[in-house]
Design a protein around this ligand. Structure first.
Ligand code: SF4
Length: 249
């Protein structure tokens, strides 16, 4: 089975330990209106026009081709670096590619995933033992979850699957003003953090990062308001977790 990838970004420093090669899968179950990679909503090649030139998002890779692309950066993985699978939602697809994961492990490449965990539990069961590090987005656990197709119960039951796994886990909270910053949602997230005890929690104010992409794709550009430093500090205090940092993505 082949994979549809929108981008392979090299020398990434924020997607796990060491230097990472980040692979972006196309296709996601959610529709976060603040998403900075809207080209990855659907698992299909997209053609668009930029200044009169036709461009494409998306390229199909076989497992061998993707393995070779990742291994081009092998010399930079020495200090714990490796590959980070992102998206879109990489865990929709990786269960069909355990051969690739196995081959990466055999070659000493650390594997990290960035996920919203809004996937069938079998997708997690199938790949979790290959993964060294998880970045898990916690977005919304109130009724508003429907607005972005998120299923909070699915996310929580998948978190339970990872609880005893010996992997580094970071929870990431993308804060969207007026959407998921209410006390109800933050209260639920606080409980989740304290119950699952991740290695680290990162909170950040979402920004209009994908403006050009939204325009290219003919989508409405989101109008996002940033949190002030003091508002971020208040949320940090409310969540009250020792290993919590405010990120300025
Ligand atoms: S889960 Fe991530 S990739 Fe998917 S829509 Fe939300 S922000 Fe975008």
């Amino acid at each position: 089975m082949n994979m549809l990838i929108s981008n392979i970004q090299r020398f990434c420093l924020r997607d796990g330990k060491g230097i990472r090669t980040t692979v972006f899968f196309m296709g996601c179950p959610l529709r976060c209106f603040w998403c900075s990679n809207p080209e990855n909503f659907k698992s299909e090649i997209i053609k668009y026009n930029k200044n009169g030139t036709e461009k494409t998002f998306g390229k199909i890779y076989t497992e061998d081709e993707l393995f070779c692309e990742i291994m081009k950066d092998k010399d930079f993985y020495e200090n714990g670096g490796g590959v980070t699978f992102s998206g879109g939602e990489c865990l929709l697809f990786l269960k069909g590619h355990t051969n690739l994961l196995e081959k990466l492990k055999q070659n000493g490449v650390s594997i990290c995933v960035e996920t919203c965990l809004n996937v069938p539990s079998e997708n997690i069961q199938k790949v979790k033992n290959y993964i060294d590090e998880f970045f898990i987005d916690l977005k919304v656990f109130t009724d508003k979850a429907k607005q972005i197709n998120c299923e909070p119960n699915k996310v929580i039951s998948n978190l339970k699957l990872l609880k005893d796994k010996n992997a580094i886990t970071t929870f990431r909270l993308p804060l969207v003003k007026g959407f998921n910053d209410d006390k109800d949602n933050l209260g639920i997230i606080k409980n989740i953090i304290h119950k699952f005890n991740p290695n680290c929690v990162e909170i950040f104010s979402v920004m209009n990062l994908g403006k050009e992409k939204y325009q290219s794709l003919g989508l409405k550009v989101p109008d996002l308001k940033k949190f002030s430093p003091s508002e971020m500090e208040n949320i940090k205090t409310f969540l009250d977790y020792e290993n919590l940092v405010i990120n300025k993505f």
